[in-house]
Design a protein around this ligand. Sequence first.
Ligand code: MN3
Length: 207
Amino acid sequence: MAYELAPLPYDYAALEPFIDAETMHLHHDKHHQTYVNNINGLLANHPDLAAKPIDDLVRDVAQVPEDIRTGVRNNAGGHANHTAFWHLMGPVGSAGVGGAPIGPIAAQIAADFGDFEAFKKAFNETTAKQFGSGWGWLVYQGGKLKIVTTGNQDSPLSQGLFPILFNDVWEHAYYLKYQNRRPDYLAAWWNVINWVEVNRRFAIAKG
Ligand code: MN3
């Protein structure tokens, strides 16, 4: 059973003006589709692996045969990361999207970072410094929230962690609108965060 690219859970223009429709078309229809095509190609002769949910494939990437492991790491990671990323954002103006955090994650952010502004600053500064392509992540480890980055499409799932909130800082995510201004993209992105989804993920991360 091959992996498939699900449609975006909202309109391509739903994240305007913070993320533009053209970027969403390219990012979802071209970049994400390529990861899906690549992972299907890599696993064409490995039906046992191709049967796994994509998050499980990323979680267990160390068990993938060595000759295809790097390809699987990059492309299964790309498919898993982007699938989760689309749901982490929501239409501008919808309930629970943008603004200050709500629910249990709001209290945890206050406990671990002081307040939302301090958390945003820490997340943006850490993620802006990721050299080259990669992701910034909020994870829950040892009873605390922690901000980490990874290169390429590497996921905290492969380290046994369930990411709660994350942003894609590959240039394909922002270059059309923000060019080289990654910090401007990072600052704008908080306007499209779906805090309902963040809380759903936080509950899973806490176990
Ligand atoms: Mn991307």
